[in-house]
Design a protein around this ligand. Structure first.
Ligand SMILES: Cc1cc2nc3c(=O)[nH]c(=O)nc-3n(C[C@H](O)[C@H](O)[C@H](O)COP(=O)(O)OP(=O)(O)OC[C@H]3O[C@@H](n4cnc5c(N)ncnc54)[C@H](O)[C@@H]3O)c2cc1C
Length: 535
Protein backbone atom coordinates (compact mmCIF):
# COMPACT_ATOMS: atom_id res chain seq x y z
CA UNK A 1 0.00 0.00 0.00
CA UNK A 2 2.76 2.42 0.98
CA UNK A 3 4.44 1.68 -2.31
CA UNK A 4 1.26 2.46 -4.16
CA UNK A 5 1.08 5.84 -2.43
CA UNK A 6 4.73 6.73 -2.74
CA UNK A 7 5.48 5.54 -6.22
CA UNK A 8 4.06 7.65 -8.98
CA UNK A 9 3.69 5.24 -11.87
CA UNK A 10 1.75 6.49 -14.81
CA UNK A 11 1.47 5.76 -18.51
CA UNK A 12 2.81 2.66 -20.17
CA UNK A 13 5.55 1.03 -18.11
CA UNK A 14 8.86 -0.05 -19.46
CA UNK A 15 8.60 -3.83 -19.46
CA UNK A 16 10.39 -5.15 -16.38
CA UNK A 17 13.28 -7.21 -17.55
CA UNK A 18 16.81 -8.16 -16.72
CA UNK A 19 18.94 -5.04 -16.51
CA UNK A 20 20.92 -4.64 -19.70
CA UNK A 21 23.03 -1.56 -19.15
CA UNK A 22 26.70 -1.60 -20.04
CA UNK A 23 28.03 1.48 -18.28
CA UNK A 24 31.60 0.78 -19.19
CA UNK A 25 33.08 -1.97 -21.26
CA UNK A 26 34.07 -3.98 -18.18
CA UNK A 27 30.51 -4.21 -16.94
CA UNK A 28 28.99 -5.79 -20.02
CA UNK A 29 29.84 -9.32 -18.90
CA UNK A 30 28.32 -8.86 -15.46
CA UNK A 31 24.84 -8.01 -16.70
CA UNK A 32 24.00 -11.57 -17.70
CA UNK A 33 25.19 -13.17 -14.45
CA UNK A 34 23.26 -10.75 -12.22
CA UNK A 35 20.19 -12.09 -10.40
CA UNK A 36 16.95 -10.85 -11.92
CA UNK A 37 14.83 -9.37 -9.15
CA UNK A 38 11.97 -6.93 -9.12
CA UNK A 39 14.33 -4.42 -7.61
CA UNK A 40 17.11 -4.67 -10.19
CA UNK A 41 17.35 -1.55 -12.31
CA UNK A 42 19.65 -0.45 -15.04
CA UNK A 43 19.69 3.08 -13.64
CA UNK A 44 18.89 4.49 -10.21
CA UNK A 45 18.66 8.28 -9.89
CA UNK A 46 19.01 9.62 -6.35
CA UNK A 47 17.14 12.88 -5.80
CA UNK A 48 14.33 14.60 -7.65
CA UNK A 49 16.02 17.87 -8.63
CA UNK A 50 16.84 19.32 -12.05
CA UNK A 51 20.01 17.22 -12.43
CA UNK A 52 18.43 13.77 -11.93
CA UNK A 53 15.40 14.85 -13.95
CA UNK A 54 17.59 15.97 -16.86
CA UNK A 55 19.68 12.81 -16.88
CA UNK A 56 16.59 10.62 -16.61
CA UNK A 57 14.84 12.47 -19.45
CA UNK A 58 17.94 12.14 -21.63
CA UNK A 59 18.52 8.45 -20.92
CA UNK A 60 14.85 7.65 -21.51
CA UNK A 61 15.27 9.09 -25.04
CA UNK A 62 18.59 7.42 -25.71
CA UNK A 63 18.07 3.89 -24.44
CA UNK A 64 14.45 2.81 -24.53
CA UNK A 65 15.07 -0.65 -23.03
CA UNK A 66 16.70 0.49 -19.78
CA UNK A 67 14.76 0.30 -16.53
CA UNK A 68 15.05 3.53 -14.55
CA UNK A 69 13.96 4.34 -11.00
CA UNK A 70 14.27 7.67 -9.19
CA UNK A 71 14.14 8.11 -5.39
CA UNK A 72 13.31 11.41 -3.69
CA UNK A 73 13.21 11.84 0.11
CA UNK A 74 10.69 14.70 0.19
CA UNK A 75 6.95 14.72 -0.57
CA UNK A 76 7.46 16.03 -4.12
CA UNK A 77 10.23 16.61 -6.60
CA UNK A 78 12.01 19.99 -6.95
CA UNK A 79 11.54 21.20 -3.38
CA UNK A 80 15.23 21.91 -2.72
CA UNK A 81 17.60 24.14 -4.76
CA UNK A 82 15.67 23.54 -8.00
CA UNK A 83 12.46 25.07 -6.59
CA UNK A 84 11.68 28.40 -8.29
CA UNK A 85 11.93 30.41 -5.04
CA UNK A 86 15.11 28.70 -3.89
CA UNK A 87 17.26 30.04 -6.74
CA UNK A 88 17.39 33.18 -8.85
CA UNK A 89 16.16 31.49 -12.03
CA UNK A 90 18.74 33.10 -14.25
CA UNK A 91 19.36 31.21 -17.45
CA UNK A 92 23.11 31.80 -17.05
CA UNK A 93 24.57 32.83 -20.38
CA UNK A 94 27.08 35.50 -19.25
CA UNK A 95 24.98 38.18 -20.94
CA UNK A 96 24.90 40.10 -17.65
CA UNK A 97 26.99 38.26 -15.01
CA UNK A 98 30.18 40.31 -14.64
CA UNK A 99 32.02 37.59 -12.70
CA UNK A 100 32.25 35.48 -15.89
CA UNK A 101 34.47 38.16 -17.49
CA UNK A 102 37.17 38.75 -14.87
CA UNK A 103 39.69 41.55 -15.16
CA UNK A 104 43.22 40.13 -15.28
CA UNK A 105 46.17 41.66 -13.37
CA UNK A 106 47.37 43.33 -16.61
CA UNK A 107 44.02 45.14 -16.93
CA UNK A 108 42.74 42.99 -19.83
CA UNK A 109 39.40 41.19 -19.63
CA UNK A 110 39.16 37.43 -20.04
CA UNK A 111 35.95 36.45 -21.89
CA UNK A 112 36.71 32.72 -22.29
CA UNK A 113 34.47 31.66 -19.40
CA UNK A 114 31.63 33.86 -20.70
CA UNK A 115 31.85 32.10 -24.07
CA UNK A 116 31.65 28.61 -22.55
CA UNK A 117 28.80 29.55 -20.17
CA UNK A 118 26.78 31.06 -23.02
CA UNK A 119 27.40 28.02 -25.22
CA UNK A 120 26.24 25.73 -22.38
CA UNK A 121 22.88 27.47 -22.04
CA UNK A 122 22.34 27.20 -25.81
CA UNK A 123 22.83 23.43 -25.39
CA UNK A 124 20.27 23.26 -22.54
CA UNK A 125 17.75 25.33 -24.52
CA UNK A 126 18.07 23.01 -27.53
CA UNK A 127 17.18 19.95 -25.43
CA UNK A 128 14.21 21.72 -23.84
CA UNK A 129 13.00 22.79 -27.32
CA UNK A 130 13.41 19.19 -28.58
CA UNK A 131 11.20 17.92 -25.74
CA UNK A 132 8.53 20.55 -26.52
CA UNK A 133 8.68 19.97 -30.29
CA UNK A 134 8.19 16.24 -29.74
CA UNK A 135 5.28 16.66 -27.35
CA UNK A 136 7.24 15.22 -24.42
CA UNK A 137 6.80 18.37 -22.36
CA UNK A 138 4.32 21.20 -22.85
CA UNK A 139 3.70 24.90 -22.17
CA UNK A 140 7.28 26.22 -22.24
CA UNK A 141 6.12 29.57 -20.79
CA UNK A 142 5.59 27.66 -17.53
CA UNK A 143 9.36 27.20 -17.21
CA UNK A 144 11.22 29.65 -19.48
CA UNK A 145 10.52 33.26 -20.44
CA UNK A 146 12.38 36.05 -22.20
CA UNK A 147 13.56 38.61 -19.66
CA UNK A 148 16.26 41.14 -20.68
CA UNK A 149 19.64 40.63 -19.01
CA UNK A 150 21.27 43.88 -17.88
CA UNK A 151 24.64 44.67 -16.29
CA UNK A 152 24.85 47.79 -14.17
CA UNK A 153 27.94 49.56 -12.84
CA UNK A 154 28.71 52.86 -11.21
CA UNK A 155 31.88 54.86 -10.62
CA UNK A 156 34.62 55.67 -13.19
CA UNK A 157 36.33 52.27 -12.81
CA UNK A 158 33.10 50.32 -13.13
CA UNK A 159 32.14 52.22 -16.27
CA UNK A 160 35.56 51.68 -17.86
CA UNK A 161 35.29 47.95 -17.09
CA UNK A 162 31.79 47.57 -18.53
CA UNK A 163 32.68 49.53 -21.68
CA UNK A 164 35.75 47.33 -22.28
CA UNK A 165 33.68 44.18 -21.57
CA UNK A 166 31.00 45.30 -24.00
CA UNK A 167 33.56 46.08 -26.73
CA UNK A 168 34.96 42.54 -26.48
CA UNK A 169 31.64 40.69 -26.19
CA UNK A 170 29.77 42.63 -28.87
CA UNK A 171 32.37 41.42 -31.40
CA UNK A 172 31.43 37.82 -30.58
CA UNK A 173 28.49 36.05 -32.29
CA UNK A 174 27.27 34.51 -29.00
CA UNK A 175 26.67 38.01 -27.64
CA UNK A 176 25.03 39.46 -30.76
CA UNK A 177 22.33 42.00 -30.02
CA UNK A 178 23.94 43.34 -26.83
CA UNK A 179 23.56 47.12 -26.34
CA UNK A 180 25.57 49.57 -24.22
CA UNK A 181 24.65 52.92 -22.67
CA UNK A 182 26.18 55.52 -20.37
CA UNK A 183 23.48 58.03 -21.17
CA UNK A 184 20.99 58.29 -18.25
CA UNK A 185 18.02 58.76 -20.62
CA UNK A 186 18.67 55.41 -22.36
CA UNK A 187 19.29 53.64 -19.05
CA UNK A 188 16.03 55.15 -17.76
CA UNK A 189 14.25 53.64 -20.78
CA UNK A 190 15.72 50.20 -20.04
CA UNK A 191 15.33 50.29 -16.25
CA UNK A 192 13.14 53.24 -15.20
CA UNK A 193 12.85 52.22 -11.56
CA UNK A 194 16.63 52.26 -11.19
CA UNK A 195 16.90 55.88 -12.32
CA UNK A 196 14.33 57.58 -10.08
CA UNK A 197 16.14 59.86 -7.59
CA UNK A 198 19.57 58.65 -8.71
CA UNK A 199 22.46 61.08 -8.17
CA UNK A 200 22.99 62.60 -11.66
CA UNK A 201 26.64 63.32 -10.89
CA UNK A 202 27.52 59.64 -10.52
CA UNK A 203 28.99 57.97 -13.64
CA UNK A 204 26.92 54.90 -14.55
CA UNK A 205 26.74 52.43 -17.42
CA UNK A 206 24.51 49.54 -18.45
CA UNK A 207 24.42 46.78 -21.07
CA UNK A 208 21.21 45.14 -22.22
CA UNK A 209 20.67 41.81 -23.95
CA UNK A 210 17.11 40.93 -24.97
CA UNK A 211 18.09 37.26 -25.46
CA UNK A 212 18.20 36.75 -21.66
CA UNK A 213 15.89 34.29 -19.93
CA UNK A 214 14.25 33.64 -16.58
CA UNK A 215 13.90 29.92 -15.92
CA UNK A 216 11.59 28.29 -13.41
CA UNK A 217 13.78 25.26 -12.76
CA UNK A 218 11.17 23.81 -10.39
CA UNK A 219 8.53 23.75 -13.08
CA UNK A 220 11.04 22.44 -15.62
CA UNK A 221 12.01 19.62 -13.23
CA UNK A 222 8.35 18.64 -12.83
CA UNK A 223 7.89 18.63 -16.63
CA UNK A 224 11.01 16.47 -17.08
CA UNK A 225 9.94 14.05 -14.34
CA UNK A 226 6.52 13.68 -15.97
CA UNK A 227 8.23 12.94 -19.31
CA UNK A 228 10.40 10.38 -17.52
CA UNK A 229 7.36 8.71 -15.98
CA UNK A 230 5.55 8.73 -19.33
CA UNK A 231 8.47 6.75 -20.72
CA UNK A 232 7.79 4.09 -18.07
CA UNK A 233 10.32 4.99 -15.38
CA UNK A 234 9.41 4.78 -11.70
CA UNK A 235 9.56 7.81 -9.43
CA UNK A 236 9.38 7.04 -5.71
CA UNK A 237 8.71 9.94 -3.35
CA UNK A 238 9.41 9.87 0.41
CA UNK A 239 12.21 7.39 -0.15
CA UNK A 240 15.57 8.35 1.31
CA UNK A 241 18.75 6.71 0.07
CA UNK A 242 20.96 5.88 3.05
CA UNK A 243 23.86 3.87 1.67
CA UNK A 244 25.60 2.59 -1.45
CA UNK A 245 27.59 -0.64 -1.64
CA UNK A 246 29.33 -2.19 -4.59
CA UNK A 247 28.05 -5.61 -5.68
CA UNK A 248 30.49 -8.42 -6.43
CA UNK A 249 28.70 -8.97 -9.74
CA UNK A 250 29.04 -5.31 -10.76
CA UNK A 251 26.84 -2.32 -10.10
CA UNK A 252 25.53 -1.16 -6.75
CA UNK A 253 23.20 -2.05 -3.93
CA UNK A 254 21.26 1.05 -2.93
CA UNK A 255 19.95 0.98 0.65
CA UNK A 256 16.80 3.06 1.14
CA UNK A 257 14.24 3.94 3.71
CA UNK A 258 10.61 4.26 2.72
CA UNK A 259 9.89 7.21 5.02
CA UNK A 260 6.10 6.82 4.82
CA UNK A 261 6.03 3.12 5.66
CA UNK A 262 9.10 3.23 7.91
CA UNK A 263 10.53 0.26 5.99
CA UNK A 264 14.11 -0.32 4.94
CA UNK A 265 14.84 -1.92 1.58
CA UNK A 266 17.62 -2.44 -0.91
CA UNK A 267 17.46 -2.15 -4.66
CA UNK A 268 20.27 -2.75 -7.09
CA UNK A 269 21.41 -0.87 -10.16
CA UNK A 270 24.03 -1.11 -12.86
CA UNK A 271 24.46 2.65 -12.79
CA UNK A 272 23.72 5.08 -9.96
CA UNK A 273 23.51 8.84 -10.32
CA UNK A 274 23.87 10.74 -7.04
CA UNK A 275 21.81 13.78 -7.94
CA UNK A 276 20.94 14.62 -4.37
CA UNK A 277 22.18 18.23 -4.46
CA UNK A 278 23.64 19.21 -1.08
CA UNK A 279 23.10 15.58 0.00
CA UNK A 280 25.47 14.28 -2.70
CA UNK A 281 28.69 14.60 -0.70
CA UNK A 282 27.49 12.24 2.05
CA UNK A 283 26.37 9.58 -0.41
CA UNK A 284 29.57 9.92 -2.40
CA UNK A 285 31.49 9.37 0.83
CA UNK A 286 29.27 6.35 1.64
CA UNK A 287 30.08 4.84 -1.77
CA UNK A 288 33.75 4.73 -0.78
CA UNK A 289 35.00 5.34 -4.33
CA UNK A 290 38.56 6.74 -4.33
CA UNK A 291 37.47 9.68 -6.51
CA UNK A 292 35.41 10.99 -3.58
CA UNK A 293 38.26 10.83 -1.06
CA UNK A 294 39.44 14.13 0.40
CA UNK A 295 36.42 16.08 -0.85
CA UNK A 296 34.75 18.39 1.61
CA UNK A 297 31.78 20.73 1.55
CA UNK A 298 31.25 24.25 2.80
CA UNK A 299 27.57 25.24 3.14
CA UNK A 300 26.48 28.78 2.27
CA UNK A 301 22.87 29.74 2.86
CA UNK A 302 21.11 32.18 0.58
CA UNK A 303 18.43 34.76 1.29
CA UNK A 304 16.58 37.10 -1.05
CA UNK A 305 14.52 40.22 -0.59
CA UNK A 306 11.18 39.58 -2.31
CA UNK A 307 9.09 42.55 -3.36
CA UNK A 308 5.55 42.63 -1.99
CA UNK A 309 4.40 45.83 -3.73
CA UNK A 310 2.69 45.05 -7.09
CA UNK A 311 3.38 48.58 -8.39
CA UNK A 312 7.13 48.24 -7.80
CA UNK A 313 7.12 44.75 -9.37
CA UNK A 314 5.34 46.03 -12.48
CA UNK A 315 7.72 49.00 -12.84
CA UNK A 316 10.75 46.85 -13.61
CA UNK A 317 11.47 44.08 -16.12
CA UNK A 318 14.97 42.68 -16.30
CA UNK A 319 17.65 40.73 -14.54
CA UNK A 320 20.23 43.30 -13.49
CA UNK A 321 23.60 42.07 -12.27
CA UNK A 322 26.05 44.40 -10.53
CA UNK A 323 29.63 44.03 -9.35
CA UNK A 324 30.53 41.87 -6.35
CA UNK A 325 31.81 43.50 -3.15
CA UNK A 326 35.55 43.19 -2.48
CA UNK A 327 36.38 39.72 -1.04
CA UNK A 328 32.92 38.39 -1.85
CA UNK A 329 32.60 34.99 -3.54
CA UNK A 330 31.38 34.94 -7.17
CA UNK A 331 27.93 33.58 -6.30
CA UNK A 332 27.28 36.64 -4.11
CA UNK A 333 27.12 39.14 -7.00
CA UNK A 334 24.11 41.35 -6.17
CA UNK A 335 21.26 41.18 -8.65
CA UNK A 336 17.78 42.51 -9.10
CA UNK A 337 15.69 39.85 -10.74
CA UNK A 338 12.41 39.86 -12.54
CA UNK A 339 10.98 36.36 -12.05
CA UNK A 340 8.13 34.76 -13.96
CA UNK A 341 6.62 32.11 -11.70
CA UNK A 342 3.23 30.46 -12.19
CA UNK A 343 2.37 33.00 -14.89
CA UNK A 344 2.99 35.93 -12.56
CA UNK A 345 5.78 38.52 -12.62
CA UNK A 346 7.77 38.92 -9.37
CA UNK A 347 10.84 40.83 -8.22
CA UNK A 348 13.76 39.51 -6.13
CA UNK A 349 16.96 41.10 -4.90
CA UNK A 350 19.97 39.39 -3.42
CA UNK A 351 21.45 37.03 -2.62
CA UNK A 352 22.42 37.72 0.99
CA UNK A 353 24.52 34.96 2.46
CA UNK A 354 23.46 33.11 5.58
CA UNK A 355 25.13 30.37 7.56
CA UNK A 356 23.73 27.01 8.51
CA UNK A 357 25.64 23.73 8.84
CA UNK A 358 22.83 22.05 6.87
CA UNK A 359 23.70 20.77 3.40
CA UNK A 360 20.05 20.86 2.27
CA UNK A 361 17.33 23.37 3.17
CA UNK A 362 15.45 20.38 4.62
CA UNK A 363 18.66 18.87 5.95
CA UNK A 364 20.15 18.26 9.40
CA UNK A 365 22.33 20.54 11.59
CA UNK A 366 24.72 17.58 11.74
CA UNK A 367 25.33 17.62 7.96
CA UNK A 368 28.58 19.60 8.17
CA UNK A 369 30.13 17.75 11.15
CA UNK A 370 29.08 14.39 9.66
CA UNK A 371 30.89 15.19 6.41
CA UNK A 372 34.25 15.66 8.13
CA UNK A 373 36.70 12.79 7.62
CA UNK A 374 40.38 12.37 8.34
CA UNK A 375 41.02 12.78 4.62
CA UNK A 376 39.25 16.14 4.23
CA UNK A 377 39.90 17.77 7.62
CA UNK A 378 43.19 19.47 6.70
CA UNK A 379 42.01 20.66 3.26
CA UNK A 380 38.88 22.11 4.91
CA UNK A 381 40.86 23.87 7.64
CA UNK A 382 43.35 25.22 5.12
CA UNK A 383 40.50 26.65 3.05
CA UNK A 384 39.05 28.37 6.13
CA UNK A 385 42.44 29.88 6.99
CA UNK A 386 43.29 30.99 3.46
CA UNK A 387 39.94 32.55 2.57
CA UNK A 388 39.87 35.30 5.17
CA UNK A 389 38.18 37.69 2.70
CA UNK A 390 35.34 35.21 2.23
CA UNK A 391 34.96 34.66 5.99
CA UNK A 392 34.84 38.43 6.63
CA UNK A 393 32.28 38.79 3.84
CA UNK A 394 30.10 36.05 5.39
CA UNK A 395 30.34 37.63 8.87
CA UNK A 396 29.42 41.02 7.33
CA UNK A 397 26.38 39.42 5.71
CA UNK A 398 25.27 37.73 8.91
CA UNK A 399 25.28 40.97 10.90
CA UNK A 400 23.38 42.96 8.23
CA UNK A 401 20.22 44.54 9.64
CA UNK A 402 16.98 44.85 7.59
CA UNK A 403 17.85 48.53 6.98
CA UNK A 404 21.37 47.50 5.96
CA UNK A 405 19.94 45.15 3.34
CA UNK A 406 17.70 47.89 1.96
CA UNK A 407 20.77 50.15 1.70
CA UNK A 408 22.40 47.55 -0.54
CA UNK A 409 19.21 47.37 -2.61
CA UNK A 410 19.15 51.18 -2.91
CA UNK A 411 22.28 50.99 -5.05
CA UNK A 412 19.91 49.45 -7.62
CA UNK A 413 16.62 51.12 -6.69
CA UNK A 414 17.39 54.41 -4.92
CA UNK A 415 13.73 54.79 -3.84
CA UNK A 416 13.44 51.26 -2.32
CA UNK A 417 11.48 51.20 0.98
CA UNK A 418 11.77 48.59 3.73
CA UNK A 419 8.00 48.04 3.86
CA UNK A 420 7.88 46.89 0.20
CA UNK A 421 10.26 43.95 0.70
CA UNK A 422 10.29 40.75 2.77
CA UNK A 423 13.26 38.48 3.50
CA UNK A 424 12.91 34.91 2.18
CA UNK A 425 15.23 31.95 2.62
CA UNK A 426 16.57 30.49 -0.64
CA UNK A 427 18.27 27.17 -1.27
CA UNK A 428 21.39 25.95 0.46
CA UNK A 429 24.59 25.77 -1.56
CA UNK A 430 27.42 23.42 -0.70
CA UNK A 431 30.67 24.71 -2.16
CA UNK A 432 33.04 21.85 -2.87
CA UNK A 433 36.49 21.72 -1.31
CA UNK A 434 38.84 19.62 -3.39
CA UNK A 435 42.18 18.35 -2.09
CA UNK A 436 44.90 20.49 -3.66
CA UNK A 437 48.58 19.95 -3.15
CA UNK A 438 49.45 18.00 0.04
CA UNK A 439 47.18 19.35 2.78
CA UNK A 440 45.94 22.48 1.01
CA UNK A 441 42.32 22.35 -0.04
CA UNK A 442 40.85 24.38 -2.88
CA UNK A 443 37.44 26.00 -2.55
CA UNK A 444 35.56 25.46 -5.81
CA UNK A 445 32.74 27.70 -6.96
CA UNK A 446 31.74 25.63 -9.98
CA UNK A 447 29.80 22.44 -10.59
CA UNK A 448 31.85 19.26 -10.16
CA UNK A 449 31.06 15.89 -11.72
CA UNK A 450 32.76 13.07 -9.79
CA UNK A 451 32.54 9.48 -11.05
CA UNK A 452 34.05 6.07 -10.43
CA UNK A 453 36.68 4.89 -12.88
CA UNK A 454 34.36 2.15 -14.20
CA UNK A 455 31.58 4.70 -14.77
CA UNK A 456 29.10 2.81 -12.56
CA UNK A 457 28.40 5.72 -10.20
CA UNK A 458 28.57 9.48 -10.64
CA UNK A 459 27.76 12.41 -8.36
CA UNK A 460 27.13 16.04 -9.04
CA UNK A 461 28.51 18.49 -6.49
CA UNK A 462 28.59 22.28 -6.31
CA UNK A 463 26.10 24.89 -7.38
CA UNK A 464 27.29 27.36 -9.97
CA UNK A 465 26.40 28.03 -12.77
CA UNK A 466 24.14 25.24 -11.69
CA UNK A 467 20.79 24.36 -13.14
CA UNK A 468 21.35 26.26 -16.43
CA UNK A 469 24.12 23.86 -17.35
CA UNK A 470 22.22 20.67 -16.49
CA UNK A 471 22.10 19.45 -20.11
CA UNK A 472 25.80 19.94 -21.03
CA UNK A 473 26.82 18.53 -17.63
CA UNK A 474 24.74 15.42 -18.29
CA UNK A 475 26.14 15.09 -21.84
CA UNK A 476 29.57 15.16 -20.22
CA UNK A 477 28.40 12.45 -17.80
CA UNK A 478 27.25 10.29 -20.73
CA UNK A 479 30.74 10.52 -22.23
CA UNK A 480 32.48 9.81 -18.93
CA UNK A 481 30.28 6.96 -17.72
CA UNK A 482 29.00 5.35 -20.95
CA UNK A 483 31.95 5.61 -23.36
CA UNK A 484 30.92 2.40 -25.12
CA UNK A 485 27.43 3.71 -25.83
CA UNK A 486 27.85 7.32 -27.00
CA UNK A 487 28.75 6.52 -30.60
CA UNK A 488 25.55 4.48 -30.93
CA UNK A 489 23.58 7.30 -29.33
CA UNK A 490 25.00 9.90 -31.72
CA UNK A 491 22.03 10.07 -34.16
CA UNK A 492 19.57 10.61 -31.28
CA UNK A 493 21.88 13.04 -29.48
CA UNK A 494 21.99 15.21 -32.60
CA UNK A 495 18.19 15.22 -32.71
CA UNK A 496 18.07 16.20 -29.04
CA UNK A 497 20.80 18.84 -29.32
CA UNK A 498 21.36 19.85 -32.97
CA UNK A 499 24.68 21.58 -32.18
CA UNK A 500 25.96 18.40 -30.42
CA UNK A 501 29.69 17.96 -31.12
CA UNK A 502 30.02 21.42 -32.67
CA UNK A 503 31.10 24.83 -31.38
CA UNK A 504 28.41 27.47 -31.81
CA UNK A 505 30.99 30.14 -31.06
CA UNK A 506 32.74 29.43 -34.36
CA UNK A 507 29.64 28.84 -36.52
CA UNK A 508 27.38 31.95 -36.65
CA UNK A 509 25.06 30.28 -39.19
CA UNK A 510 24.41 27.29 -36.92
CA UNK A 511 24.04 29.70 -34.00
CA UNK A 512 21.38 31.70 -35.88
CA UNK A 513 19.53 28.42 -36.62
CA UNK A 514 19.75 27.38 -32.97
CA UNK A 515 18.41 30.76 -31.81
CA UNK A 516 15.59 30.66 -34.37
CA UNK A 517 14.58 27.09 -33.53
CA UNK A 518 14.83 27.35 -29.76
CA UNK A 519 12.96 30.67 -29.84
CA UNK A 520 10.18 29.05 -31.86
CA UNK A 521 10.03 25.94 -29.67
CA UNK A 522 10.29 27.74 -26.35
CA UNK A 523 8.35 30.89 -27.39
CA UNK A 524 11.34 33.17 -26.71
CA UNK A 525 12.34 36.51 -28.14
CA UNK A 526 15.50 36.17 -30.24
CA UNK A 527 14.64 38.52 -33.10
CA UNK A 528 17.43 40.99 -32.34
CA UNK A 529 20.11 38.29 -32.09
CA UNK A 530 19.05 36.54 -35.29
CA UNK A 531 18.81 39.84 -37.17
CA UNK A 532 22.36 40.78 -36.15
CA UNK A 533 23.75 37.27 -36.85
CA UNK A 534 22.17 37.21 -40.28
CA UNK A 535 23.37 40.75 -41.18
C1 LIG B 1 20.48 30.91 -3.76
C2 LIG B 1 20.69 30.15 -5.03
C3 LIG B 1 20.56 30.79 -6.26
C4 LIG B 1 20.76 30.09 -7.45
N1 LIG B 1 20.57 30.71 -8.63
C5 LIG B 1 20.69 30.04 -9.79
C6 LIG B 1 20.40 30.66 -11.03
O1 LIG B 1 20.02 31.84 -11.06
N2 LIG B 1 20.55 29.95 -12.17
C7 LIG B 1 20.98 28.65 -12.15
O2 LIG B 1 21.12 28.07 -13.22
N3 LIG B 1 21.25 28.01 -10.99
C8 LIG B 1 21.11 28.68 -9.81
N4 LIG B 1 21.35 28.04 -8.62
C9 LIG B 1 21.88 26.68 -8.63
C10 LIG B 1 20.78 25.67 -8.87
O3 LIG B 1 19.65 25.96 -8.07
C11 LIG B 1 21.31 24.28 -8.54
O4 LIG B 1 22.52 24.07 -9.23
C12 LIG B 1 20.37 23.17 -8.95
O5 LIG B 1 19.05 23.44 -8.54
C13 LIG B 1 20.86 21.87 -8.34
O6 LIG B 1 20.00 20.84 -8.76
P1 LIG B 1 20.15 19.39 -8.15
O7 LIG B 1 19.20 18.55 -8.86
O8 LIG B 1 21.60 19.00 -8.16
O9 LIG B 1 19.81 19.58 -6.60
P2 LIG B 1 18.41 19.84 -5.84
O10 LIG B 1 17.47 20.66 -6.61
O11 LIG B 1 18.80 20.33 -4.48
O12 LIG B 1 17.79 18.40 -5.76
C14 LIG B 1 18.35 17.37 -4.97
C15 LIG B 1 17.21 16.49 -4.53
O13 LIG B 1 17.75 15.34 -3.89
C16 LIG B 1 16.94 15.03 -2.78
N5 LIG B 1 17.75 14.25 -1.85
C17 LIG B 1 18.79 14.65 -1.08
N6 LIG B 1 19.31 13.62 -0.42
C18 LIG B 1 18.57 12.53 -0.74
C19 LIG B 1 18.62 11.17 -0.36
N7 LIG B 1 19.54 10.72 0.49
N8 LIG B 1 17.70 10.32 -0.88
C20 LIG B 1 16.76 10.75 -1.76
N9 LIG B 1 16.67 12.03 -2.14
C21 LIG B 1 17.58 12.91 -1.65
C22 LIG B 1 16.54 16.40 -2.24
O14 LIG B 1 15.40 16.34 -1.41
C23 LIG B 1 16.31 17.17 -3.53
O15 LIG B 1 14.98 17.08 -3.98
C24 LIG B 1 21.13 28.71 -7.42
C25 LIG B 1 21.23 28.06 -6.18
C26 LIG B 1 21.00 28.76 -5.00
C27 LIG B 1 21.08 28.03 -3.70
Amino acid sequence: MADAINAIRIGHKRARKAPCLDTAEGMMQTSTSAPVRDTDYDVVLIGGGIMSATLGAMLSQLQLDWSIAAYERLDAVALESSDAWNNAGTGHSALCELNYTPELPDGSIDISKAISINEELQVSKQFWAFLVDNGLIHSPEEFVNSVPHLSFVHGEEGVAFLRARYELLSEHPLFAGMEYAEDPATIAEWAPLMMIDRDPAEPIAMTKADAGTDVNFGSLTRHLVTALQDSGAEVHLRHEVRDLNRRDVGGWNVALKDLAAGEKKTVSARFVFIGSGGGALHLLQRSGIPEGKGLGGFPVGGRFLRCTNPEVIAAHRGKVYGQPAVGAPPMSVPHLDTRVIDGQQDLLFGPFAGFSPKFLKNGSFLDLPRSIRLGNLLPMLSVALRNVGLMLYLIGQLVLTPKGRIKVLQEFIPTARLEDWELVTAGQRVQVITPGTETRGVLQFGTELVHAEDGSVAALLGASPGASTAVPVMINLLHECFPAKVDGWYPQLVKMVPSYGQQLASDPELLADVHTNTAAGLHLDSARVVEQLSA
